[in-house]
Design a protein around this ligand. Structure first.
Ligand SMILES: Cc1cc2nc3c(=O)[nH]c(=O)nc-3n(C[C@H](O)[C@H](O)[C@H](O)COP(=O)(O)OP(=O)(O)OC[C@H]3O[C@@H](n4cnc5c(N)ncnc54)[C@H](O)[C@@H]3O)c2cc1C
Length: 522
């Protein structure tokens, strides 16, 4: 679809930045009970905003989408065309898992995702039973997954498994210099723990405390605040410790490139809390895309600067197809290099400093014979590690990934591989023109304080949603939260307070965390 509607809509009103008022400024309210809405982008935030507007009784909603499909960064690639085959092979190129707090929906950061699925299924059961969504438990840790850094193996020459590495192995046994302290694998969690406690107790207060460190990159925070409290001064400047931790938790360069606060919030959203306790436009397109549009002069300086400056993190995924799930078998059976436990891997991820960085084992084949075809997320890399694959053709990409996989799993990876670009996929998000800039927004040091307010604020009759406009960037729930916020903005700006009250009290928004309706924008 051509991108014309945006400019037609936006060049209407003000011509002078000084005259711009927030559209929810009470003195300027135009009360219309049935506004016409145009939503730019049919990703999660756009689709969810449309759903909420429908629930609020607004019928005149148009969605414009630049690609030939809906879903945006929720992007499933199927390897066979038969939509009725529920066993067909697929790869999730974008979002694929939502953490859950079992039995405590009120504590879950992601509950809105689950409630949205339940809500849609209520429709589907009646209108479209074949489309009822089911959820597959996703395993994030398997003690038999591999830990392969610095080419280091155990005393028997076997590849070290996660259970051993995280079970108190000495850093030198894992190939790190002896200047790295014994507990280095726990230090990132330890650095974040006090903030998580505060967020668990009261999210808003927790954010306020975190924001005191908004000017810090993760590197600055660890080096200037955390390490001096935890490690002897003689170990300063702590560079080796820093690099060893960074390599294990995220990836090369990420600690220095991104803000401590956003990395902490991302991690918080992944974990579980402590269980002790008129025409309106909604723009949801990523800011990297908006950057290329003709931005109305009437937009404030702050909005234009935010559009230019917001940083994005890239990610790349390579899915390879295999004739069997050989990784679930013992290396003794498959002829793979021995591992510390010599047991198979079901779910979880192997970590390595090889270019593939993380191998994520599928959770969805449980109960199927191991000799049936399967898709493996053979490489999941972020940021500069993804950039280093950018120039590769698909075939070069597959070959490079397979080579690393052979190091971890032996020649069986080669013999079981099903070659051909129709059977495998390499996807580098920085090259996807509908999500320019990379995979998801990740604020660099200082940007939450500096830019988030400007990113969220409405301009003239234009509202801004999308994961990048929420404190929970990089998650589906951030996209959904932003949908709630813009629908609230529009309903209240149009005198539809009672519709908002009804929506807010609906089962769908029961666990919507109003505190995420960031108060700080101006
Ligand atoms: C690799 C990866 C892994 C992820 N993993 C997870 C995960 O495990 N769990 C989780 O919860 N979240 C995960 N996420 C994040 C989640 O997918 C996103 O936060 C969410 O889908 C973003 O939704 P959105 O509506 O904000 O943006 P998008 O989905 O990007 O939607 C924006 C839409 O705008 C369209 N568009 C762009 N330009 C224009 C234009 N000019 N005109 C019209 N339309 C336009 C795009 O085509 C797109 O459809 C992951 C994302 C990626 C990329």
């Amino acid at each position: 679809m051509p991108l014309i509607a945006f400019n037609l809509t936006l060049t209407l009103t003000f011509d002078d930045e000084k005259n711009v008022k927030r559209s929810d400024d009470k003195s300027k309210r135009t009360v219309t009970t049935s506004p016409k809405i145009c939503i730019v982008g049919a990703g999660l935030s756009g689709l969810f905003s449309a759903l909420l507007l429908k629930e609020a009784g607004i019928k005149d909603v148009t969605i414009l989408e630049s690609s030939d499909r809906v879903g945006g960064r929720v992007y499933t690639k199927y390897f066979t065309a038969d939509a009725n085959d529920d066993k067909r092979l697929y790869a999730e190129l974008g979002s694929n898992r939502f953490p859950i707090v079992e039995g405590h929906p009120e504590l879950s950061q992601h509950q809105l995702v689950y409630d949205t699925i339940a809500h849609l299924n209520d429709y589907n059961k009646v209108n479209n039973p074949d489309s009822v969504m089911t959820l597959t438990p996703f395993s994030t840790f398997d003690k038999n997954a591999l830990y392969y850094f610095n080419g280091k193996k155990d005393a028997n020459g076997s590849i070290i498994t996660k259970g051993i590495a995280f079970g108190g192995a000495k850093p030198t046994a894992l190939g790190f210099p002896d200047s790295v302290p014994d507990n280095f694998l726990d230090m990132w969690d330890d650095a974040l723990a006090p903030f998580f406690d505060l967020l668990d107790k009261n999210f808003t207060n927790g954010i306020e405390t975190l924001k005191l460190y908004d000017q810090f990159s993760a590197y600055d925070y660890l080096k200037d605040i955390y390490f001096p409290r935890k490690l002897p001064q003689s170990m300063a400047p702590y560079e080796e410790v820093m690099k060893a931790i960074e390599m294990n938790v995220l990836g090369t360069g990420i600690f220095s490139s991104y803000g401590f606060v956003d990395l902490a919030l991302n991690e918080y959203a992944f974990g579980s809390p402590n269980l002790n306790i008129s025409w309106k436009v909604i723009v949801t397109a990523p800011l990297g895309n908006v950057y290329h549009w003709e931005i109305p002069q009437a937009f404030t300086y702050y909005k234009k600067r935010a559009i230019r400056e917001l940083t994005c993190m890239n990610a790349a995924r390579v899915f390879l197809q295999f004739k069997s799930r050989f990784w679930e078998e013992s290396p003794l059976v498959t002829g793979a290099p021995n591992t510390s436990t010599n047991l198979g891997i079901t779910g979880g991820a192997s970590s390595t400093d090889l270019p593939i960085r993380f191998v994520v084992y599928p959770s969805q084949y449980k109960g199927l014979p191991t000799n049936s075809s399967a898709i493996l997320l053979a490489s999941y890399v972020w940021d500069s590690s993804a950039t280093k694959f950018s120039p590769y053709t698909d075939d070069e990409y597959f070959e490079a990934v397979l080579k690393n996989l052979v190091t971890l799993h032996g020649d069986i990876a080669k013999t079981e591989w099903v070659s051909g670009s129709e059977n495998n996929i390499a996807f580098n998000w920085a090259q996807y023109k509908h999500s320019i800039g990379g995979a998801f927004a990740l604020f660099s040091a200082g940007q939450i304080d500096d830019l988030l307010g400007a990113i969220m604020r409405p301009e003239i009759s234009v509202h801004f949603a999308g994961e990048h406009t929420d404190i929970q960037t990089g998650w589906m729930v951030g996209a959904l939260n932003s949908g709630v916020r813009v629908v609230k903005e529009i309903l209240l700006a149009n005198g539809m307070d009672s519709q908002w009250a009804t929506l807010k009290n609906s089962t769908l928004l029961k666990y919507w965390n109003g505190q995420l309706d960031f108060k700080g924008y101006f």
